[in-house]
Design a protein around this ligand. Sequence first.
Ligand code: SF4
Length: 89
Amino acid sequence: MSAYTWGTQGACVGTPTPDLWHPNGNGVQAQRETQEASRICMMCPIQIECLQYAIDNRVTGVWGGVRIPEGNISGEDRAYKPRMYLDSL
Ligand code: SF4
């Protein structure tokens, strides 16, 4: 499945609050945004594909229900399968 194809099926597509997936810093507001974005991600039908994309492409923000700060996923971690990554949380 290509990134574009699955990306259009995300639970976050068309949301009125897209900034939730791009929290700034580590303050209370960022934590609330991360929690709300993650709650929506947990109901998303493409959660696994989304997290795999984030791991493969070193993106930041909330992907697949996981907040990925800049530089947080090492080359070693990128070899993880998304399901294993999610199960480890
Ligand atoms: S898992 Fe979360 S960030 Fe990824 S497409 Fe679904 S709702 Fe959007």
